[in-house]
Design a protein. Structure first.
Length: 166
């Protein structure tokens, strides 16, 4: 009991490897038809053009933000990296239609846990694009971001980003 109270605190890992949060085709951010993402205004990262409507956690961490419309989720990895997964473009106007969240703010998640499921056909019909940016939003506070070579990915399987804390 005392050991638990006064024992060593688990040290945060310096480097976190993020797996693909969706199944689909990896794109570079400059291919995203939205300047907020293509010009990296929110941060650097990658995008995935999904082939199925399921988003899983790319890292072990905590849900920092779940948008009320369920079209985007923010996760803080154990090394402090903050990742935003923004499903499709201009999906906020769908007001949550076709989206179902499986987590809430403050939820602890493990790599591969289901975060959000969505109706891919409905997003294709109602949104500007299904392309989903995965952004490191606090890159200025982190060390290095390495984008892994990946083209076709399966949710929770292939590694897509390696993020090192300073």
């Amino acid at each position: 009991m005392l050991k638990k109270l006064f024992g060593k605190k688990e040290e945060a890992p310096k480097t976190v490897v993020a797996s693909a949060p969706l199944t689909g085709t990896v794109k570079s951010l400059d291919e995203v038809p939205d300047p907020v993402f293509s010009q990296k205004m929110m941060g650097d990262g990658i995008a995935i053009d999904p082939s199925e409507g399921k988003v899983v956690s790319p890292v072990d961490g905590e849900i920092m933000q779940l948008f009320p419309t369920k079209h985007a989720v923010g996760i803080k990895a154990k090394n402090g990296a903050e990742l935003l997964i923004h499903i499709g473009l201009e999906t906020v106007s769908m007001n949550g239609e076709g989206f179902e969240a499986h987590v809430s703010e403050g939820s602890k998640v493990n790599k591969g846990d289901a975060l959000i499921t969505f109706d891919l056909d409905l997003v294709k019909e109602k949104a500007k694009s299904t392309i989903t940016p995965i952004i490191l939003t606090n890159g200025d506070n982190m060390g290095e971001l390495v984008k892994k070579e990946a083209v076709s990915v399966t949710a929770g399987k292939e590694e897509v980003l390696e993020i090192t804390a300073e």
